[in-house]
Design a binder for this molecule. Structure first.
Ligand SMILES: C[S@@+](CC[C@H](N)C(=O)[O-])C[C@H]1O[C@@H](n2cnc3c(N)ncnc32)[C@H](O)[C@@H]1O
Length: 240
């Protein structure tokens, strides 16, 4: 028989929005998440192909909560003729991202990429940032950082036009504390303790499928698809 502890559904415990601690930023930057990142780019490509969209010179891609730029660089390389703007509110992360771009062996393929340090909640009013409509609006592992879901969805609503394809991927909150601790233990076999602690905090801060879905249905955002992937992730996809 399961104990009460095991059966208790995990409540959401928010974590700080910005990743600003140097140690935390260094650990995140040094970790190799490339497998998941390549999958994400392939997934986005798959969804664009399904919509018959091929991105070129006229297109702008925006990566929200870009961190050290792992996804941003891959977007810039995959769609070299587009402009890519990547945004993070943490100065420490943006410094890392700029540095990674400068030391990249693909530097000549990253001329279309620029970084901006800003809270995503402020960019809706900063219309000087974007000279054209956004064709692809992306985020990875951002939503769980945002304390209030309305802040995330208001941002993507205000940045989107009818040509904007949204693709946002994040962790799904595990059902209970035991599952979260198991995932943390798995993380420790690959990464250091700082990263495993951050991952555990992120799992507890993540939303559930029901929370994201209900939010979209109750806030006139039902044109967005919200679905689970591989039991661990949530995806928000479509036009706003
Ligand atoms: C877990 S990292 C993900 C980084 C990157 N997207 C990736 O997949 O490697 C989340 C990032 O979102 C940023 N972030 C969180 N809340 C934000 C906000 N309100 N505005 C801007 N950036 C934010 C954090 O500073 C952090 O760099």
């Amino acid at each position: 028989m399961k104990s009460l502890f095991q059966e208790r559904i995990m409540e959401r415990i928010p974590e700080p929005e910005l990743m600003e601690e140097k140690e935390q930023v260094i650990s995140y930057d040094k970790a190799d998440f490339s497998e998941g990142e390549v999958n994400l780019i392939n997934q986005i490509n798959h969804y664009l192909l399904k919509k018959n969209i091929s991105l070129g010179e006229k297109d702008l891609i925006v990566d929200l909560g870009c961190g050290p730029g792992n996804i941003s660089e891959k977007l810039a390389i995959k769609w070299p003729n587009t402009q890519v703007v990547a945004i993070d509110g943490s100065k420490e992360m943006i410094l890392r991202a700029e540095n990674n771009k400068n030391i990249s062996t693909n530097q000549n393929k990253l001329k279309n990429l620029r970084y901006i340090c800003s809270d995503i909640k402020d960019i809706k009013s900063n219309n000087f940032l974007f000279k054209k409509e956004i064709s692809l609006l992306v985020s990875n592992s951002l939503i769980h950082h945002i304390t209030k879901l309305e802040d995330f969805f208001n941002t993507i609503r205000s940045l989107s036009s009818n040509i904007t394809v949204n693709f946002h991927k994040d962790l799904k909150r595990p059902l209970d504390e035991k599952s979260a601790l198991e995932l943390k233990a798995q993380c420790l076999t690959k990464y250091n303790e700082i990263l495993a602690n951050d991952y555990y905090a992120s799992l507890r801060a993540s939303y559930t499928l029901k929370e994201l879905k209900n939010f979209t249905l109750e806030n006139d955002l039902s044109s967005l698809d919200v679905f689970e992937e591989a039991d661990k992730y949530l995806i928000v996809y479509g036009n706003v």
